[in-house]
Design a protein around this ligand. Structure first.
Ligand code: BJW
Ligand code: ZN
Length: 256
């Protein structure tokens, strides 16, 4: 439903302790959050996976099979990321931190825009890595932090093997420390807000369910219903860059 279709009282009903939400809001973000910054989503119309499958572009076997294709995709995305600026959703999350309400941001995004917007590094858990970093595919230990997209692809490593983007591909494990931090954030939060993710990629996709099972309200902001919408507390339909800042304003007015 539209944010305007739900009364402020209803939105706030789970937040009767609004003033006591100190560090009590955890946010999960996905590609939809960066759409208004000019970065594409993965699934759906116009998404990256429309022309090539997720396995072709984002798995070890896809990389071994066609490293040039994979690097082409990452190079294009790196160019877009270096040109991108945070948008109103990112800034509204900074506002939440400034109001003392933010616990953690659990992001699937690899674009670094939460940092650029101004959230503190210790509030951000980047579950899927960073697109502007690469490391040796054969694990020789050599890493590169990029400040521009690579000219020559596939990118070679010092050791003669190939470099690969420092992101988490399908079938690869996420950093166990990050999983632990994220789980701790979910289980200690008073409200979970899920923004701009289709909710189909694990392990992040399981977190809203954990929260609900622990009686923690979950608010979803998305342009459309997702697989999560069936069980979350509310789904606010609309572009997050419009609906989410409105929601943060409502919160701000109610903790004065
Ligand atoms: C807007 C908007 C606007 C648009 N405002 N909204 C349990 C069950 C089944 C399978 C598995 C399982 N556990 C593990 C798996 C396997 C696999 C998985 O999840 N598969 C499923 C797809 C079935 N997971 C893994 O392999 C993970 N590893 C792992 O779990 O290791 C242990 C293990 C391995 C194998 C088996 C079992 C256990 C690793 C996952 C890595 C994901 N990597 C990618 C690509 C690499 C990073 C990169 O290049 O950027 O990460 S895939 C891609 O999807 C990317 C994203 O971070 C991720 C999530 O996508 P997201 O953010 O949700 O984007 P979209 O495009 O899907 O959705 C955008 C949404 O925004 C849409 O809803 C729009 O409507 C919305 N929107 N504009 C608000 N303005
Ligand atoms: Zn190497």
């Amino acid at each position: 439903m539209e944010l305007s279709e739900i009364s402020d009282e209803k939105i706030l009903e789970n937040l009767t302790q609004v003033g006591k939400l100190s560090d009590g809001i955890t946010i999960i973000t996905g590609a939809g959050v960066s759409k208004a910054s000019g970065l594409n989503t993965f699934r759906g119309k116009g998404g990256y996976y429309q022309n090539h499958s997720a396995e072709e572009l984002a798995s070890r076997s896809g990389f071994m099979n066609n490293p040039k294709l994979v690097w082409q995709w990452y190079r294009d995305r790196m160019r877009a990321v270096f040109a991108a600026k945070p948008n109103q959703t990112h800034y509204a999350i900074v506002e939440l931190e400034n109001m003392g309400l933010l616990n953690k941001i659990i992001t699937q995004n690899v674009d670094g825009l939460h940092h650029m917007a101004g959230n503190s590094s210790d509030k951000i858990i980047e579950m899927h890595g960073r697109i502007t970093e690469s490391h040796c595919f054969q694990n020789c230990g050599y890493r590169i932090e990029w400040d521009h997209a690579p000219e020559h692809i596939p990118v070679e490593c010092k050791c003669g093997a190939l470099q690969r983007p420092s992101v988490v591909w399908f079938g690869e494990s996420l950093d166990p420390e990050k999983i632990e931090q994220a789980e701790e954030a979910i289980l200690t939060t008073k409200l979970l807000i899920v923004i701009g993710t289709s909710g189909v990629v694990y392990p992040v996709a399981i977190f809203p369910k954990y929260a609900i099972n622990n009686n923690i309200p979950v608010y979803e902001f998305n342009t459309e219903k997702t697989i999560l919408s069936d069980y979350v507390t509310y789904t606010f339909i609309g572009p997050a860059e419009i609906t989410f800042p409105k929601f943060v304003k409502l919160l701000a007015e109610n903790i004065k």
